[in-house]
Design a protein around this ligand. Structure first.
Ligand SMILES: [Zn+2]
Length: 401
């Protein structure tokens, strides 16, 4: 049994004044003045207890879930990976307290040679099934679910934002994929980097847009997403890394970050932008301003790091994304909700994302008040997953899998 004493509590939505939180058998047992005699006491004075963070957009490889947990990210929503490897990592996370829990999209939907296939060319993913026509959608979705996908990721990208023309899914096939997933009561997450593909995805009935478009503003889209109930995961941090405003090196030098990075994570975080052509120059004010429009229109916004992309690191980059969301106009409290209660609600993770009796004791204790200063989320005193304290010492890098 654990007793956090005299700690301010951010419950996923609101800040509660200093109180006590009791954890028993891996679950939050009580929020309020309490004094169980046999509990391990943790002094919470001057600190805030927040729910374990949920990263709503990442790609997982061995070692990533441990890296995430060291930075208080206790649930990772993978948005495209090798389903066999994801299954192994998920099974490992179920028994080990030192790594984040995992949900996965597994194989994402794209056309042969379409967006995403470069990961095969680079040796990062084994070759995966693709589709072209709407009548293939139902079988494609059924196969993903039998492989263990929790939701369906769909890639709609003609390569125009990076100046590399790529074949892409048709609007008809996109619609058929969304319908097939909905028939099986699964969410659809659509990768969209252009205003046009974002609009296409929304009109196809996609539940979640992954990324924000960088090519041009999309007048009226925020209101349309709001009325459709579409959720958005802007991934501002990775858009900065991809399109010329990298911040990974600064982050890696932060004394609150450096000691907890494995060498491979440090290299990834500090590698700087991938060289792209003139066509890949975009005004990053577009996604920033779109975030503000979405917020004002009442669209649900989720925080996603898009780690393992160049310039990111699991765990760390989610903190950076929270700062970027605040920079774009969310309040610190809204940004914290975007990484706790909101993704839990969106993805049906009913046992987490908040601090109240009955929920999993996925918890992060940080100095100060992150609901007024988002930078404090990196001032981590401790991380607990399922009531067990996460050892924050980085281990040896895992070997290639
Ligand atoms: Zn991604």
């Amino acid at each position: 049994m654990l007793l956090f004493q005299g700690v301010a509590v951010f419950d996923g939505e609101a800040l509660l004044p200093a109180t006590d939180v009791v954890v028993s058998d891996g679950v939050i047992a009580e929020v309020g003045r309490a004094c169980p005699p046999d509990a391990e006491r943790i002094d919470g004075r001057g600190a805030t207890l927040i729910p374990g963070l949920i990263d709503s957009h990442a790609h997982v490889f061995p070692g990533d879930l441990e890296q995430a947990a060291r930075f208080g990210v206790t649930t990772v929503l993978d948005m495209m990976s090798d389903p066999v490897q994801a299954g192994r990592l998920r099974a490992g996370a179920a028994t080990a307290a030192d790594r984040a829990d995992l949900r996965t999209a597994g194989t994402a939907a794209t056309v042969p040679g379409g967006y995403g296939w470069y990961l095969v060319d680079m040796g990062l993913l084994p070759p995966f099934p693709t589709l072209v026509t709407p009548d293939e959608a139902d079988g494609f979705v059924a196969d993903r679910l039998s492989e263990g996908s929790d939701y369906l990721k769909i890639l709609v990208d003609d390569g125009s934002t990076v100046g590399m023309p790529t074949p892409s899914l048709s609007a008809e096939t996109l619609r058929a994929l969304v319908a097939a997933a909905h028939d099986r009561e699964r969410l659809t997450v659509v990768h969209a980097l252009t205003a046009e593909s974002a609009r296409l995805a929304a009109r196809a009935g996609a539940d979640v847009l992954g990324h924000l478009f960088v090519d041009r503003p999309a007048p009226g889209l925020a209101a349309e997403l709001s009325s459709r109930g579409t959720t958005v995961v802007p991934t501002l941090a990775v858009l900065g890394e991809l399109f010329g405003a990298p911040q990974g090196r600064g982050l890696a030098a932060d004394v609150r970050v450096a000691p907890y990075l494995t060498e491979s994570a440090r290299q990834m975080l500090t590698m700087g932008p991938v060289p792209l052509g003139e066509e890949a120059r975009h005004d990053l004010g577009v996604p920033d301003r779109t975030v503000a429009e979405l917020r004002d229109a009442g669209v649900t916004i989720l925080a996603g790091s898009d780690a393992s992309n160049p310039g990111t690191a699991h765990g760390v980059t989610l903190h950076q994304e929270l700062r970027r969301l605040v920079g774009a106009g969310l309040t610190p409290r809204e940004a914290l909700t975007a990484a706790t209660a909101a993704p839990a609600r969106c993805f049906g993770l009913d046992d987490r994302g908040g601090i109240r009796p009955g929920l999993r004791a996925d918890l992060v204790l940080v100095d100060g008040d992150p609901t007024t200063d988002i930078d404090r989320t990196l001032d981590i005193r401790g991380v607990w997953r399922g009531g067990r304290r996460v050892d924050r010492t980085p281990r040896q890098d895992p070997g290639p899998s």
